[in-house]
Ligand binder design. Structure first.
Ligand SMILES: [Zn+2]
Length: 240
């Protein structure tokens, strides 16, 4: 089964919802690729049971991202379900996989080529990708990096669009409840991280674009000056 899956991935047959087929290059993740929509999406939740805890948490961070983007109702459901998901309860896992697939299909269905609404899926990934890039792939897991990216986006939203600190506290508590605790990243500087963000393929014209939230489901794409991002990053690195 594993060999079959590997072969399918290698041949590009296996695609996820959204049809993005990316290849990691030495200079960064997912830098080459194409869009090709899948004919069928199958999610075998029993396969998830074989995942080690670290991979499980990686997945739960993406679940948190999805719920926060989807809205208040979805976030409340996840907050209530968090401990069942950590315990890998079958019903909670199935409900969550269906909810996440439904949300992603609704987003990419509206915007196949990543120009508008689909950009929200990058929530937490601007800093996340930079962390993976600077610390080294494999040093920090994708989920941990994105978890920190989501925490940072909440702090940045306070500074840039006046979001409530209560939302930041709620985001932190949600990630904690899913086992995605904040880990120290003091070994890299704000400068290095900003440079990595500027080299990301999603950066347009030297301005950093962040998905920021006022409340669950109420997000916007906010272009920000490099200096402001750097200042907030330094603050987060100091506080860790
Ligand atoms: Zn991700």
């Amino acid at each position: 089964m594993r060999l079959l899956r590997w072969a399918a991935v290698s041949l590009g047959i296996l695609r996820s919802i959204g049809g993005k087929t990316g290849v990691d290059l030495a200079s960064g993740k997912n830098l080459a690729g194409a869009f090709w929509q899948p004919a069928l999406v199958l999610s075998d939740t029993s396969l998830l049971r074989s995942l080690p805890d670290t991979e499980w948490v990686n997945g739960l961070v993406e679940v948190a991202k999805t719920a926060l983007l989807a809205g208040e109702k979805e976030t409340v459901v996840l907050e209530a379900n968090a401990r069942h998901l950590v315990a890998r309860d079958d019903v909670a896992v199935l409900d969550t996989v269906v909810a996440c697939a439904r949300f992603k299909a609704s987003v990419v269905g509206d915007d196949e080529r990543e120009s508008g609404r689909r950009e929200c899926l990058n929530f937490g990934h601007t800093l996340g990708h930079a962390l993976e890039n600077v610390l080294g792939y494999g040093t920090i897991s994708h989920g941990r990096a994105v978890g920190l990216g989501i925490r940072f986006a909440a702090r940045l939203a306070e500074a840039a669009i006046g979001s409530s600190p209560l939302l930041t506290a709620r985001v932190d508590a949600l990630l904690d409840s899913l086992g995605a605790y904040a880990i120290p990243i003091g070994s890299c500087s704000a400068e290095q991280l900003v440079d990595a963000m500027l080299s990301d393929k999603k950066t347009r014209g030297g301005i950093l674009r962040f998905i920021l939230m006022r409340a669950p489901g109420e997000w916007e794409v906010v272009p920000l000056e490099v200096d402001m991002v750097k200042m907030e990053l330094e603050r987060m690195l100091r506080d860790e």
